[in-house]
Design a protein around this ligand. Structure first.
Ligand code: F6R
Length: 256
């Protein structure tokens, strides 16, 4: 994994937007994997500010969705992605996909989601946040590294973390439909963003800990092109943080 420590959330947003915009400009039919939550918001802000016409032609696939929330609920990921991604980046809504959390047949909807990703040519770059539990997407601890899109039960920790988006903690759904770790590992490139002290332990376990389903983010150690963008607080428990800074400062010209 490449670990890059930057001075602020805004700097992280700008760096990630640069990587995405380069890909979008270079490749037609670009497929972006998008995340919800607070971490990726500075990335979407930077993409909105640095908008290029090629963005209008990309496809996007969200990582996850709550089960049982109507699409019209302001905190359904259908609504969040529409508000923060589709509208701001002026994407074609027909090319933006979110798992169907209210499907009558969730297993069929999950399989259809995997098929839609494959039919779009696979995900070029998957943007990720990480939860305090170490989850990526909503793959909570003990998720299989080979898992595909399916229904999961959220941990009490995740429900309590996400209660800030709802009027009461009981309103946070119990279940979600999420891309699996296997789905995420299939993306050609992965960019994980994390800021703040609350993420420091999960980041240390994901980046430097053993490969274990107890920290689903550690699955990214298996990915050949995974970059982790952190602020100082999120990087604070990394043993090799000075080395990561040294590597970044001395990156060869072709990597700049
Ligand atoms: C969101 C997602 C989650 C979040 C994670 C961090 O689609 O899949 O993995 O990225 O819970 O959330 P924030 O960024 O709000 O701290």
């Amino acid at each position: 994994m490449q670990v890059i420590i930057l001075p602020s959330a805004a700097a992280i947003g700008d760096y990630a937007a640069g990587v995405i915009l380069r890909g979008v400009a270079e490749r037609s039919n670009y497929v972006l994997g998008v995340a919800t939550g607070s971490s990726p918001l500075p990335v979407y802000e930077a993409l909105e500010r640095r908008w290029i016409p090629e963005l209008a032609g990309i496809s996007a696939f969200a990582l996850d969705e709550y089960v049982g929330l109507p699409y019209s609920h302001p905190e359904s990921y259908h609504s969040v992605i529409d508000r923060e991604v589709t509208t701001r980046l002026r994407l074609d809504p027909n090319r933006v996909h979110v798992p169907d959390g209210i499907a009558d047949d969730p297993a069929a909807a999950a399989t259809a989601y995997e098929t839609a990703i494959r039919d779009a040519g696979g995900i070029d770059l998957q943007l990720l946040g990480i939860g305090g539990s170490g989850h990526i997407g909503f793959n909570e601890p003990t998720s299989s590294f080979a898992s595909r899109t399916r229904i999961k039960t959220l941990t009490p920790e995740t429900r309590s973390d996400n209660a800030r988006f709802f009027s009461s903690p009981d309103e946070v759904p119990l279940h979600c439909m999420t891309q699996g770790l296997g789905t995420i590992l299939d993306a050609r490139q992965v960019l994980l963003v994390a800021t703040g002290e609350k993420k420091a332990s999960a980041i240390a376990r994901a980046v430097e800990g053993p490969l274990t389903s107890m920290c689903p983010g550690s699955a990214l150690q298996l990915h050949p092109d995974a970059t982790v963008l952190l602020d100082e607080a999120a990087a604070s428990e990394l043993t090799l943080r000075d080395y990561y800074r040294f590597v970044f400062e001395h990156r060869p010209e072709w990597q700049r």
